[in-house]
Ligand binder design. Structure first.
Ligand SMILES: [Zn+2]
Length: 120
């Protein structure tokens, strides 16, 4: 982002397909893709990966240790699946967490049902 230059920018309104609109100011197409991909990675989920419901909602809370957490919860009856929005330490960028610690794709596109008695 180069605020000091007088470069011409273009305003782009983009529909993430799930009711969320984003509006960005891009210097060129590459810049637009860079910005839009970040919004899509964080807010672009359209349906629950477990049951396919579109009744999914953002949620934010703090852990006992004071760490801020971001998730999406499925509100379909009896589903209770959720997906974590992981946060990159540097820059604070959010993205839907679809891989495990080893970098392997999680089943159901990362949507899991929390099981307090078992492993994840
Ligand atoms: Zn669901």
């Amino acid at each position: 982002m180069s605020e000091s230059t007088n470069m011409q920018t273009t305003n782009i309104k983009y529909n993430l397909g799930n009711g969320v609109w984003v509006e960005i100011e891009a210097e060129n197409p590459a810049d637009a893709v860079r910005q839009l991909s970040q919004w899509q990675d964080a807010l672009g989920e359209r349906e629950c990966g477990k049951c396919g419901s579109k009744d999914i909602r953002f949620s934010q809370f703090e852990t006992r240790e004071g760490k801020e957490m971001f998730v999406m919860n499925c509100h379909a009856k009896g589903c209770r699946a959720s997906i974590t929005l992981a946060q990159v330490r540097e820059g604070g960028r959010l993205f839907l967490s679809r891989k495990n610690r080893d970098g392997q794709e999680l089943p159901q596109r990362g949507w899991t049902v929390y099981n307090p008695n078992g492993s994840r």
